[in-house]
Write a protein that binds this ligand. Sequence first.
Ligand code: PEP
Ligand code: MG
Length: 328
Amino acid sequence: SRQRLKRLITTEARTQCGRRIELLANIELPDDVKGVVDAGADGVGLFRSEFLFMNRKEWPSEDEQFEAYRKVIKAMKGKPVTVRTLDLGADKTLQFDGANSSAPPVSSTSALGLRSIRFSLAEPAIFLTQIRALLRAAKTGPVKILLPMLTNIRETKQALAYIDMAREQLQERRFQANQVVPIGGMIEVPAAALSLPQFLKYLDYVSIGTNDLIQYTLAVDRVDHQVAHLYDPLHPAVLRLVFEVINSAEKAGVPVSVCGEMAGDIRLTRLLLGMGLTQYSMHPSQLLDVKELLLKTDFDATQKLVRKVTRTFDIEKVDALMRQLHSD
Ligand code: PEP
Ligand code: MG
């Protein structure tokens, strides 16, 4: 079956009826890009940049980050590379005391604490260094910047202001970095999902981080095995949020992707398709299975069933509809 899937590497991802779907890949370190190229992905949909900062004793310099980003961009040969800015905290911790100033060591922040974009905004020198590296790398190929864990518009505007500041700093150093780099935001906090229209005004695209969106919506720690049975992507509240975000973004003409684990789970591929999703980002090892399923899926029939899924709060009905969705 691996052999059969291999034949799909160069096949464009489309539904049976011809709807083009972009299948992107998630990576943690630059070397992971080989798997992305081998899987024939349409781009990198999520480069979890914090892995460049982990398992080491000091902050990576601007040049070191620039080289890491450039390596990925080069390997992707013109396909887009989405780099998420530092998403430290909770399960992703530093090996050193990260605090440069007033911030507490990031090694001890909780899922609800000063982590992710909150940390970056509390430590502007570190954030600006990363953005400068990214803007420089963006001269070597298509890069998109992705801001994690946005909760309110104030921090979104602050992050955008720092990106402008980084651009000015580069200009002062005579690096030309004034090219347009799309800036997107992760929708992974229920508050952001519920106030999406405001975010769509300031962002060029959004990406749904279902891993955290599920955790925060259901109040279930995603790394606590004792509550793993409560971590449910099919909870009607989660389905509503995911559908609302895909639907509103699409209506507003703002590109939307899903980059959490839901995107690479073939049990959920049709569900997301029926919600209107056209960009999936997943672990490269899942990409061909998702493609194979999409190729034999009819969009209209899927959408019809999924509309029913998004309208019910009855979990038994959800289960029945999900079975129907995969009855062929
Ligand atoms: C997510 O939260 O869904 C996501 C893609 O980011 P991470 O798993 O790195 O938190
Ligand atoms: Mg996340």
